[in-house]
Design a protein around this ligand. Structure first.
Ligand code: DLL
Length: 435
């Protein structure tokens, strides 16, 4: 196991280490970041008051909005001259969030991403194709640093140009693929269309994340590409990918807890919830020196699993991400997560895993329409059959969501393919009621 000593630290030692690191973090941000000093003063907390992990609950949260307010460099805890790299979220809904990395932070990133790949059985002998986007997005370079830290042959492909991705895979004998799950699906589709047999080739592992995906989608990708597909999680505000990843058990994502401290809170009250209870994930960086973050509200919904894992890692796990507070659609008062829809669609024969959820309003009434591509063989079938499949999916959706949705089967290849994060939701209501 990569850095086995750190990953199998007895839990009480791990907690001691976390307390020490938390204390150093609070002292650092109090001294160096005016934004945090003000927040801590307002909360009446002095760094010396923080002596245990329980004291974390007395510290203020940080939100995406806070980060935007101090855009671009207001969260740096060091001189700008010590920052060697910067990443940024896409910022589709406002100013982007900026992360600054010192050399220390880059080496932590390489370390946690090396652990992520190693947890899926990848090592120095592997050939890793990084098909996450390179650039300000953290996926490409995060994967890259993990590969080079491990000592693996790392191919900085970036996303897109699928023909070239498949050619390179064949020419080099790529064993490991890193990209978004939706792009993995597209690569599989493209390969099938061009009679390229990936499933029987050397590719054996994939590390997919950056967007929500379901267990059913995992099964689909594993079957089509002939690999084990691991779920990996992270976010720009914390470091990028490398916050948590699955081990060979594929049962929850181990959080690299010596670097990132997890809490689950009730999103409405902010109260910390016990392990096993579902809520919003809050993360604190324990070792970053560029842009350290106190209690970042991720908006991601999951729960903590603290039962020991057979793999021997002593870190807690988070359950596969279950949605986001702000991705949750409220349709006619009912909470709908896109993953619930995806689970249903992937169970049904006769449709492809490409879909879009369209929410609109008809008078006072919310409408929910799911557009999904029909399989090529169904395309030539009679209208009657298509209609009957639509009714069948509507029935399944009703059972899963508790509300009526309209299903529209659309022609093959009409829903836009994604090379990065897929856009699955179109909310046309003038005042969206999603939180
Ligand atoms: O997406 C970092 C990343 C890159 C993670 C590559 C994994 C692989 P952001 O662009 O800042 O960073 O987006 C972070 O993406 O808060 C989640 O809502 C979502 N997300 C990331 N990983 C997963 C996952 C990168 N495995 C936001 N499952 C997060 C579900 C995920 N959602």
């Amino acid at each position: 196991m990569w850095n086995e000593a750190a990953q199998t630290l007895p839990v009480d030692h791990l907690r001691e280490l976390q307390v020490q690191r938390l204390r150093a973090l609070v002292a650092l941000v109090y001294e160096r970041v005016p934004f945090y000093r003000k927040r801590l003063d307002e909360a009446g907390v002095r760094p010396e008051n923080v002596t245990s992990l329980a004291d974390l609950a007395t510290l203020p949260f940080t939100s995406k909005y806070d980060m935007r307010e101090v855009f671009p460099f207001g969260l740096f805890a060091c001189d700008a001259s010590e920052i060697v790299e910067v990443h940024m979220s896409s910022g589709t809904t406002g100013k982007p969030v900026v992360g600054g990395y010192t050399r220390n932070d880059l080496s932590i990133w390489g370390e946690v991403m090396a652990r992520t790949l190693d947890a899926g059985g990848v090592g120095a002998e592997d050939i890793i194709q990084v098909a996450y986007g390179y650039g300000l997005f953290t996926g490409g370079l995060g994967g890259h640093y993990g590969g080079t830290t491990l000592g693996a042959m790392t191919l900085p492909m970036s996303s897109g140009n699928t023909f070239r991705q498949l050619n390179t895979m064949a020419d080099f004998g790529t064993t490991t693929l890193l990209c978004t799950p939706s792009y993995a699906q597209f690569i599989a589709e493209y390969a099938a269309e061009h009679d390229i047999d990936v499933a029987n080739g050397p590719l054996r592992a994939g590390f997919f994340g950056a967007e929500p995906w379901s267990e059913a989608m995992r099964a689909d990708i594993e079957a089509k590409l002939g690999i084990k597909a691991y779920d990996i999680y992270g976010l720009t505000e914390l470091i990028g990918p490398g916050v948590a990843g699955e081990c060979s058990e594929q049962d929850g994502l181990h959080i690299f807890e010596d670097h990132f401290y997890p809490e689950i809170i009730d999103p409405d009250t902010g109260e910390v919830l016990p392990s096993g209870e579902k809520g919003e994930l809050v993360l604190t960086t324990l070792t970053r020196t560029g842009t350290p973050v106190l209690r970042y509200r991720t908006r991601d919904i999951t729960y903590l699993m603290d039962e020991p894992c057979p793999c021997g890692r002593t870190s807690r796990r988070i359950h596969r991400l279950m949605g986001r507070n702000d991705d949750m659609l409220i349709v006619r008062g009912v909470n709908v997560f896109p993953q619930q829809v995806e689970e249903v669609l992937l169970r049904v024969e006769g449709v492809e895993p490409y879909y879009q959820i369209v929410v609109d309003r008809d008078g006072a009434m919310d409408t929910l329409e799911v557009e999904v591509e029909m399989a090529a063989d169904l395309f030539s079938d009679e209208v009657k059959q298509i209609l009957s499949l639509e009714r069948k999916i509507e029935h399944e959706l009703k059972l899963a969501l508790g509300i009526q949705a309209t299903v529209k089967l659309v022609n093959p290849k009409t829903i836009e393919r994604s090379e990065g994060k897929a856009k699955r939701i179109v909310d046309r209501r003038s005042v969206p009621t999603g939180v």
